[in-house]
Design a protein around this ligand. Structure first.
Ligand SMILES: Nc1nc2c(ncn2[C@@H]2O[C@H](COP(=O)(O)OP(=O)(O)OP(=O)(O)O)[C@@H](O)[C@H]2O)c(=O)[nH]1
Ligand SMILES: [Mg+2]
Length: 357
């Protein structure tokens, strides 16, 4: 009887060796992957940040994904109009030219979960006239009194473009379109040789109890706060809770979690583009005990940054912060490079037995 292995045995051995090699590589990849958790209240910009990472470092969006974004754009438009119709009524603002009631009712009853992939001409013509109405514009100026997406104006202004048959969402449309996140979602990116596992979570109150499932083995956290929300109230409660205060309280809760004791923490003061404009007309001292000069972007932003730094203070090291506009692709690319260096330097310190013990 021959002692030579049969072809089957040789093949089995080869397969086994390949599996071992794959497992080893997978383990090495896992070890070299940094887990980055994105946290923050609803609409702070977490998913927008992930979209930018995909645009900058991921695979291009497929046509099926673009088609999906197109429907979402229409959905964003209908929701914005429905919110404005309701706000006109609640704030008792007169239309310049009142729309036909039956038409308004039809728009209000649109089931935006089941939208066609085209904006029907009758709806376009209603929305076009509605958005040009001086009363509606007046109502929109009072938007801190009700909850409307920060991208509503962008899409209502783009109505003529997005109604076209051959409309395909642009890069900017993709980062502007809003869909609230439900649950926890993981994304892998290789950014200049470094693997990241980025975790996006739903930030609204009802979503936060699901967060804990993603807290294990986190090397870094980006906490996003929408700095422009200092004069806005929370949509998800009956009470008039201030949105920036809610974000500050959430930050305080998070940095006390034992899971993040050794994690690098970075804060993005996001929606800085909106903040810069808003601070010129909406006084910070009406919402926070701020005593600095009015309409002063620098003073106001430093004051808000200080509130977060004080809360963070206990951890003994200066808080890493960035003032960001998550819808700006180029700027986000640059900011993330700085964040990446910071995360890696903090993790090296930790390995060397440094600061965060
Ligand atoms: N103008 C402006 N809009 C922004 C900015 N960042 C995000 N947005 C818009 O704000 C909306 C909400 O952003 P999302 O990224 O969906 O917020 P989120 O934190 O993922 O919200 P949840 O999924 O509910 O937790 C989207 O329509 C974004 O386009 C910004 O810096 N400036
Ligand atoms: Mg989201």
């Amino acid at each position: 009887m021959s002692c030579l292995p049969t072809p089957e045995a040789r093949h089995a051995k080869e397969v086994n060796q390949q599996i071992q090699r794959d497992l080893k590589k997978h383990k090495k990849d896992l070890k070299n992957t940094k887990k980055l958790l994105l946290l923050g209240t609803g609409e702070s910009g977490k998913t927008t940040f992930i979209k930018q990472m995909r645009i900058l470092h991921g695979k291009p969006y497929s046509q099926a994904e673009l088609d999906n974004f197109r429907t979402l754009v229409y959905r964003n438009i209908y929701i914005a109009v429905q919110i404005l119709i309701d706000a006109m009524d609640r704030l008792s603002i007169q239309y310049e030219e009142a729309p036909v009631e039956a038409e308004t009712n039809r728009i209000l009853e649109i089931d935006y979960e089941n939208l066609p992939d085209q904006l029907p001409p009758a709806d376009y013509s209603y929305i076009n006239k509605f958005w040009k109405d001086k009363g509606v514009k007046q109502c929109f100026e009072k938007r801190n009194k009700f909850q409307i997406s920060d991208s509503a104006e962008y899409f209502l202004d783009a109505l003529d473009r997005v109604k076209e048959d051959d409309y395909n969402p642009t890069r900017e449309d993709i980062v502007r379109v809003r869909l609230k996140t439900v649950g926890v979602h993981e994304y892998n990116f290789n950014i200049h040789g470094q693997n990241f596992l980025m975790v996006d979570v739903g930030g609204q109150r009802g979503e936060r109890r699901k967060w804990i499932s993603s807290f294990e083995n986190v090397q870094s956290v980006i906490f996003l706060t929408a700095i422009s929300e200092y004069d806005q109230v929370l949509a998800e409660t009956e009470e008039d809770d201030n949105r920036l205060l809610e974000s500050l309280q959430l930050f305080e809760t998070i940095i006390r979690y034992p899971w993040f004791k050794n994690a690098a923490i970075v804060v993005f003061f996001n929606k800085f583009d909106l903040f810069e404009k808003k601070i010129l007309t909406s006084n910070l001292e009406e919402y926070f005990p701020y005593e600095g000069p009015r309409a002063d972007v620098e003073e106001a932003k430093n004051y808000i940054e200080q509130m977060f730094s004080e809360v963070y203070g206990g951890r003994g090291e200066k808080l890493s912060t960035h003032f960001t506009c998550a819808t700006d692709t180029d700027a986000m690319g640059k900011i993330f490079e700085a964040v990446k260096s910071y995360i890696l330097s903090q993790n090296i310190k930790e390995i060397a037995g440094g600061n965060f013990s």
